[in-house]
Design a protein around this ligand. Structure first.
Ligand code: NDP
Ligand code: HSE
Length: 416
């Protein structure tokens, strides 16, 4: 039997307790051992929970107990989650986590500490909820030079956008539903402002390129500025708006060419499989120089899907408990080392305010972008013109717009 401790009995921690309770015999059949949740650390007591008697309020109870070999951290936030994780690793306990804030901020250091203490620090649940993506990238795609990782990485925002577009719900109504379903962060600003996706793309980038870029300083846009007009324009162009995290080599054939990374709403053309990823589902596309494109798809948030990933990490530890597993070295680097996103090639869906007649406005745009696709028709024109540029860069576009009019919105079109 393996004794473990849960830190946090909220949405994910509650899901982990439920999965272990339901599937313990199945787990034992696969690993030869049952899992025993010996302690649950939380701020509150849970008198009505079946494991309520195991709740403790002092981390030292767990750290001091040599029977506890695995700690599952699901409290959220940086502190004390980082401090407890570090202390558990230093006490010789394996740690698994769903906390992407800690992994994206302190992952390089915590992996090093784990290595020094011959224990493991695993974080399958930190990206993509229940989707197996961390271990497949680290193991099954290890033969590849990875060149790009793109994805819909946040269940809450994808749920909100889907409900706004397909069910005509308001932003507030859709966000409230996502919170009620347990998808959202405690402070949902982290979801809707793109911060959660940013943490996740930093983790994926570290897996792909070995450098953990600091999430602070990565270009990050959320979905709060997306309007009904943007949605309608995307549809008129032939796509749908999704919040996307992207990272990759600027020149896929040259690993020294530099890494780019950004989080922003993108128009996903209908022929791109990411366009059909709706509601709480996430999807991650990984491009390797041997395998080509691989896509991962599944529920990106929620108690049981995320618990599936947390418990799979615990099982991996039990299954390999006598083995010395290779631990990757990540280097922590500043986001200043990223290639400037303003220089990335993109076509843009643009709304711009121009004080001119429809024909004059169209002429002005065409003089700058001869290949432009104008979406607004003359009947609908009221000083705001919507169009899709040919491939350009954000820097060039902003220069061009300064001579045309006031930009109302710029949304990137997802490249092929
Ligand atoms: P919850 O807020 O539902 O649960 C967190 C639990 O930890 C709460 O019971 C909280 O107690 C407790 N807690 C907070 N601080 C402490 C502390 N200092 N000591 C002891 N207990 C503490 O969060 P979630 O379960 O939703 O998320 C947990 C982590 O998993 C986060 O990092 C989140 O980003 C991540 N995650 C969440 C997913 C989801 O679908 N919800 C999916 C994937 C990852 P109290 O309520 O009293 O404050
Ligand atoms: N708030 C996160 C999301 C939880 O909605 O994707 C899963 O990481």
């Amino acid at each position: 039997m393996t004794n473990i401790a849960l830190l946090g009995l909220g949405v994910v921690g509650g899901g982990v307790a439920e999965v272990i309770s339901q599937n313990n015999d199945t787990i034992a059949r696969k690993t030869g051992e049952h899992i025993n949740i010996k302690y649950i650390l939380d701020l509150r007591d849970f008198p009505d929970h079946p494991l309520g008697g195991r709740v403790v309020h002092d981390i030292n109870t767990i750290l001091a107990d040599p029977e506890v070999t695995v700690v599952a951290e699901m409290m959220g936030g940086s502190h004390p989650a980082y401090d407890y994780t570090r202390a558990a690793l230093e006490a010789g306990k394996h740690v698994v986590t769903s906390n992407k804030e800690v992994v994206a901020t302190f992952g390089a250091e915590l992996l090093r500490i784990a290595k020094e203490h011959h224990v493991r620090y695993l974080f399958e649940a930190s990206v993509g909820g229940g989707i197996p993506v961390i271990r497949p990238i680290s193991s099954c795609l290890a033969a590849n030079e990875l060149t790009e990782v793109d994805g819909i990485l946040n269940g809450t925002t994808n749920y909100i956008l889907t409900q706004m577009i397909q069910a005509s719900k308001s932003f507030e109504e859709a966000l409230a539903e996502a919170q009620q379903k347990g998808y959202a962060e405690r402070n949902p600003a982290a979801d809707v402002e793109g911060i959660d996706s940013c943490r996740k793309i930093c983790i994926l980038s570290a897996l792909a390129f070995g450098k953990l870029f600091s999430p602070n300083g990565v270009h990050t846009e959320g979905i709060t500025a997306i309007t009904g007009e943007d949605v309608a324009n995307a549809e008129a162009y032939g796509g749908v708006i999704k919040l996307i995290g992207r990272t990759g080599l600027v020149d896929p054939s040259d690993p020294a060419s530099g890494v780019f990374m950004l989080v922003a709403p993108h128009v996903i053309p209908h022929d791109n499989p990411l366009s059909g990823v709706d509601d709480v589902f996430n999807s991650i596309l990984v491009r390797g120089n041997a395998v080509g494109d691989v896509m991962f798809y599944g529920r990106g948030a929620g108690n049981l899907p995320t618990a599936s990933a947390v418990v799979s990490d615990i099982i991996d530890i039990i299954a390999h408990k006598d083995a010395e597993i290779f631990v990757p070295d990540w280097t922590s680097v500043s986001a200043d080392e990223l290639v400037a996103q303003q220089t990335l090639p993109y076509a843009f869906l643009v709304r711009v305010r121009i004080d001119a007649t429809y024909d004059a406005a169209c002429e002005q745009i065409r003089s700058v972008y001869p290949g432009v696709e104008i979406l607004t028709n003359s009947d609908a024109y009221a000083s705001v013109l919507s169009f899709v540029t040919p491939q350009t860069t954000e820097s060039e576009l902003k220069d061009a717009l300064s001579t045309i009019g006031e930009a109302v919105s710029l949304i990137r079109i997802m490249p092929e």
